[in-house]
Design a protein around this ligand. Sequence first.
Ligand SMILES: Nc1ncnc2c1ncn2[C@@H]1O[C@H](COP(=O)(O)OP(=O)(O)OP(=O)(O)OP(=O)(O)OC[C@H]2O[C@@H](n3cnc4c(N)ncnc43)[C@H](O)[C@@H]2O)[C@@H](O)[C@H]1O
Length: 151
Amino acid sequence: MAVAELRAAGLIIFRRKSFTGPLEYLLLQTSYGKHHWTPPKGHVDPGESDMQTALRETEEESGLKKSSLEIMEHVQKTLNYEVRGKPKTVIYWPAEVKDYNVAVQLSNEHQDFKWLSLDKACELLHDTMTVALREVDEELRNAAKYYTDIY
Ligand SMILES: Nc1ncnc2c1ncn2[C@@H]1O[C@H](COP(=O)(O)OP(=O)(O)OP(=O)(O)OP(=O)(O)OC[C@H]2O[C@@H](n3cnc4c(N)ncnc43)[C@H](O)[C@@H]2O)[C@@H](O)[C@H]1O
């Protein structure tokens, strides 16, 4: 019998003081289990699209609403790993906060949050998330470089 796949979706939230400035990524630490760190994300509920889940979970877990974010829908990252023997797929989109100083409000699912540089973030993340984050970071830096070369 086929093993049911777990599916989750979330947003790779980042901030920067200027378009070409250093990027900082928002990571949340779970208050359960091994207290691992991830960007905001969660299980896709029946009838929800991945994006609806990503927005709902981001607001629930960090307090950040869609209106406070610039979402890069054309940059989608897919992670595949196993949780307790079941395949899990997690879909992420990068999203920049419009206000660098925006307040983060955790739910009881998380006990801490950090805004971290790419390298510091990668020290806390699982390997598949590290790969996805490095790809996103490169795309964001390339876009900023293209902008400065043009203007
Ligand atoms: N141990 C626990 N004790 C009590 N309540 C619990 C619990 N685990 C989950 N819950 C409950 O489940 C709810 C979570 O629901 P949601 O918030 O809806 O879903 P989720 O983020 O996908 O859950 P989870 O944290 O389990 O997933 P992840 O894949 O990151 O993490 C799942 C596993 O995969 C690992 N993992 C995470 N990212 C990985 C990656 N990229 N590669 C490999 N492994 C990874 C993690 O270290 C972790 O071991 C919470 O409200 C909580 O109450």
